[in-house]
Design a protein around this ligand. Structure first.
Ligand code: 6PG
Length: 255
């Protein structure tokens, strides 16, 4: 049994709509706190389908004076990317662009895209350099994002850290090209040390199809390598699980 994560918090919301609003509100809270404390907010967006509605809310929130954020102080990164061009329907950049980034006046230089049209290893190396240029981590230090948004697949993967994949054991690189056998494709992904250096990690998990794996990740004794989301344990940061009731249906009350 993995030892309890002191900073882990599970917020179980009635449905996807209330989950999306809660996640968007946490994004806004994190952003305001970071900008007040350090003058900027560095956030890594998740791919997949779950966060799309949250991004849509954040775009709409910019028209609401009580929720609007100073976009010039916000830098958007991507926790992982598919090895496809930005115009590809599979691209996380394209999804975030359509739901959020193309609909708000964020300075183009504040959107840090993975150059996934290149071969995955080159793209990963270039993105790693971009993180180094932005965060200037010292020797033995890791880039410290203010917020990293993550989803979780039905197999327990997160970002593009898939069960039994090479990137799971990487402890030196910041960003890695990761071959995913079951997809027969490469992905570009943050490594676990970057995820676990974040001030806040927010998982968004919605739907009954995630219930079994969520129980395993939050309450099970299975090997963490089989359920990579278990390995996300920020050493000096918050870990918040935004979960709707359908996804939480196999959790014990205590979770
Ligand atoms: C990706 C994501 C991936 C995603 C999960 C959940 O590039 O697909 O980074 O980790 O978050 O697969 O995806 P859904 O939100 O579509 O269920």
């Amino acid at each position: 049994m993995t030892d309890p994560i002191p900073s882990r918090e599970s917020r179980i919301l009635p449905d996807a709509a209330t989950l999306n609003r809660a996640a968007a509100d946490e994004f806004i809270r994190c952003a305001r706190e970071a900008i007040a404390a350090r003058g900027r907010f560095a956030v890594a967006l998740s791919g997949g389908s779950t966060p799309k509605a949250v991004y849509g809310l954040l775009a709409a929130d910019q028209a609401d004076s009580t929720r609007r954020l100073p976009l010039e102080n916000i830098h958007f990164f991507f926790g992982d990317e598919r090895a496809v061009p930005p115009s590809d329907p599979e691209s996380n950049y394209r999804m975030a662009g359509e739901s959020l980034l193309s609909n708000i006046p964020v300075p183009p230089e504040n959107v840090h895209r993975v150059k996934a049209e290149l071969d995955a290893k080159t793209a990963a190396g270039l993105y790693q350099e971009e993180l180094r240029r932005f965060f200037h981590p010292g020797p033995g230090e890791w880039p410290r994002f203010d917020l990293i948004m993550l989803g979780m697949g039905p197999d327990g993967h997160t970002a593009s850290l898939f069960p039994d994949s090479l990137a799971l054991s990487e402890r030196s690189l910041l960003v890695m090209a990761n071959w995913v056998e079951k997809l027969k494709a490469s992905r570009i992904t943050f490594t676990l040390p970057v995820l676990n250096a974040a001030r806040c990690v927010a998982f968004l998990v919605s739907g009954a199809d995630k219930a079994a794996v969520l129980h395993e990740v939050l309450e099970g004794d299975g090997p963490a390598e089989k359920y990579p989301s278990k390995l996300v344990r920020p050493s000096e940061g918050k870990l918040i699980w935004f979960v709707d009731r359908a996804a939480a249906s196999e959790l014990s009350a205590a979770a």
